[in-house]
Design a protein around this ligand. Structure first.
Ligand SMILES: Cc1cc2nc3c(=O)[nH]c(=O)nc-3n(C[C@H](O)[C@H](O)[C@H](O)COP(=O)(O)OP(=O)(O)OC[C@H]3O[C@@H](n4cnc5c(N)ncnc54)[C@H](O)[C@@H]3O)c2cc1C
Length: 471
């Protein structure tokens, strides 16, 4: 008997663990529900909700091929014991997943244990490279993986495989109500993923490369595939091949090419965490390790609740809390404000922000957080001005007013400049002096000889070789 273990990759198509396990025509599918995981370093019920929706749809589809999802309540270490007791002869199939330390350690020990008896098959995921990893040929390999044919849906179980474990339906019935869906969030599931991919490639992509910066236009004009990609309700290869086909006929080539670049970035960023798991807690450049040593919980709380006194920033946070998503530029500005203006350690702010994202993907999130905090050493520090972003991205303050109703009657100029006296919360920091101090501090470290030597090491581990080769 084969056992498929799901962690992410909640899809029927192009799912290696599911497909190869199904070749035996006798396979049991298990999703381990580990409540501790959902409370660790950036994970929250926001993402668990999405997972549940994906599982439900996948379960329905599996029903047509005599299969269903069973739930094991506990972590991989407990699952290992259960498997040994209940199915000592089974072969396990699992897709690799680059995740936070907590999961990585469990997965590592689980793999090690079953490797000894040759009873586990592990499949690589996205374009992340685990075996024979080589930074110099990483991009070439990525394109090769993306161009490989996608896998069909799994074969049917010859007989229904039963288990003493609860089914997904039984498990869901027992969940507390607080976990159940937030209607303003994106909906999970493979059919929803394919639907939004089609609508994006066929029409919404028109103007994507420009519109992605504005929080108003991005909501419609970005692909919105991120939660589906991070939960695996659609495969990266499937998206890539659909995009390449569209490039043949689409009127929106420039926008599609911009999207293509981002698919590559997705894996490029996750590969960093895969290659150097320590970056979950340590700054990439060692000279920035103790840059922000003290934290101020009051400031952090005001930031994460959208109560900073800067209407545009607060509006972005309120929007994010409502939707579980916001566009790239606004994420960068939110992070830059916490790290440069409030001077808070990224290790404290990063998980709080991640908890709000339904698309939380540790490899991308942690790398981006470090970039927007100026601690990678290989990217030029960029301090986003909240006031400039407010003027550029929301010139008529319609976004601010749509999120903060109490400011509806205030004039646009005062809203941008956050000059609101008694009409709004006081500003929690002085923008000009905090930006100046941050710039001076960061550059005083960057200008030393030692900094440059160590930055070369960071580059050789994590730097993209794509641009250099294209020149
Ligand atoms: C501080 C910060 C934290 C972030 N955290 C996450 C996260 O947890 N999960 C996440 O998926 N993205 C994260 N991003 C990257 C980016 O903001 C989102 O991928 C994007 O906004 C998702 O919306 P979309 O799917 O409509 O994007 P689109 O613009 O349509 O892009 C398509 C896909 O490409 C990938 N992608 C896009 N931009 C980037 C990027 N800059 N780096 C890497 N991959 C990218 C994503 O998989 C995305 O779904 C973060 C960015 C910042 C600045």
């Amino acid at each position: 008997m084969n056992i498929v273990i799901l962690h992410k990759d909640f899809r029927i198509n192009d799912n290696p663990a599911l497909f190869y396990a199904s070749l035996s025509r006798k396979y049991l599918i298990i999703y381990p529900y580990d409540s501790h995981y959902w409370m660790t370093n950036g994970y929250s019920n926001n993402q668990f909700n999405f997972t549940l929706e994906c599982l439900k749809e996948l379960n329905e589809k599996l029903g047509f091929i005599n299969a269903k999802i069973h739930i094991f309540e506990g972590n991989l270490s407990k699952l290992k014991i259960w498997i040994e007791r209940s199915h000592p002869e089974c072969l396990i199939h699992i897709n690799q997943s680059t995740d936070i330390y907590y999961y990585r350690e469990l997965l590592f020990n689980f793999k090690k244990y079953f490797h000894r008896t040759g009873r586990i098959k592990i499949y690589e995921n996205f374009g992340i490279q685990i075996k024979n990893y080589n930074r110099e040929i990483w991009s070439k390999n990525w394109f090769r993986i993306m161009n490989t044919a996608t896998l069909n849906s799994p074969l049917e179980n010859i007989v229904k495989v039963t288990s003493t474990l609860p089914t997904l339906e039984q498990f869901s019935e027992g969940l507390p109500k607080i976990i159940l869906s937030n209607s303003s969030f994106q909906k999970g599931g493979e059919s929803e993923a394919v639907k939004i991919l089609d609508s994006f490639i066929d029409s919404r992509v028109n103007g994507y490369s420009k519109k992605m910066s504005s929080p108003i236009e991005a909501e419609f004009s970005c692909s919105r595939l991120s939660p589906h990609i991070s939960h695996g309700s659609i495969s990266m290869r499937f998206i890539y091949q659909r995009l390449i086909a569209a490039l043949e006929y689409s009127e929106y080539k420039k926008d599609l090419l911009s999207f293509k670049k981002r698919l590559h970035w997705h894996c490029h960023f996750i590969q960093k965490l895969q290659t150097e798991p320590e970056i979950e807690y340590k700054s990439m450049h060692p000279m920035f390790e103790n840059l922000r040593s003290e934290s101020n919980s009051e400031l952090i709380e005001k930031w994460i609740l959208g109560e900073t006194g800067f209407p545009f920033l607060d509006a972005c946070m309120i929007f994010l809390r409502k939707k579980g998503w916001i566009n790239f530029r606004m994420r960068a500005m939110i992070m830059s404000f916490a790290s440069y203006n409030l001077w808070q350690p990224w290790q404290k702010t990063s998980p709080l922000l991640a908890e709000l994202f339904i698309d939380y993907e540790p490899g991308i999130h942690i790398s981006q957080v470090q970039m927007q905090s100026g601690v990678t050493g290989i990217n030029l520090p960029r301090i986003y001005s909240v006031i400039k972003q407010s003027k550029d991205q929301d010139p008529y303050a319609q976004f601010i007013k749509s999120q903060i109703h109490s400011l509806k009657r205030i004039n646009t100029r005062n809203l941008h400049n956050a000059e609101l006296s008694d009409y709004y919360i006081n500003q929690i920091v002085d923008l000009n002096s905090s930006s100046k101090k941050a710039r001076e501090t960061i550059w005083s470290i960057r200008s030393s000889r030692q900094f440059k030597i160590l930055a070369k090491d960071v580059y050789s581990k994590h730097g993209s070789r794509l641009r250099r080769k294209q020149k």
